[in-house]
Design a protein. Structure first.
Length: 98
């Protein structure tokens, strides 16, 4: 088809949009840092060799609570807790503390 955008340009534009989307997502999640949020904890996940209980806020922000050596995931799973939000972990999880 005539007047098509060349493939290398399409790739460059796609890369720019993906990075912009990731930056906007990080910025949005960082707005919750230092605030109290609700989290519905759902599953245990290992991140960088450490055990976390993960779930979502009402705004669909992924949250991760570091589990202590004594476990605790059974009491957290399927429940909503008010927690304090911290920094962003691995560019996708909002760390939280009880």
């Amino acid at each position: 088809m005539p007047d098509q955008v060349p493939e290398p340009v399409k790739g460059q534009r796609s890369d720019i949009l993906l990075e912009l989307g990731a930056a906007m997502s990080r910025e949005y999640r960082s707005r919750f840092a230092g605030r109290e949020v609700s989290v519905l904890f759902e599953e245990r996940t290992e991140i960088e060799g450490r055990r976390y209980m993960t779930g979502f806020t009402p705004q669909y922000v992924k949250a991760a609570l570091l589990l202590q050596s004594d476990g605790g995931e059974n009491e957290l799973a399927g429940r909503i807790y008010r927690v304090r939000a911290g920094e962003i972990l691995k560019d996708q999880f909002l760390t939280v503390e009880l």
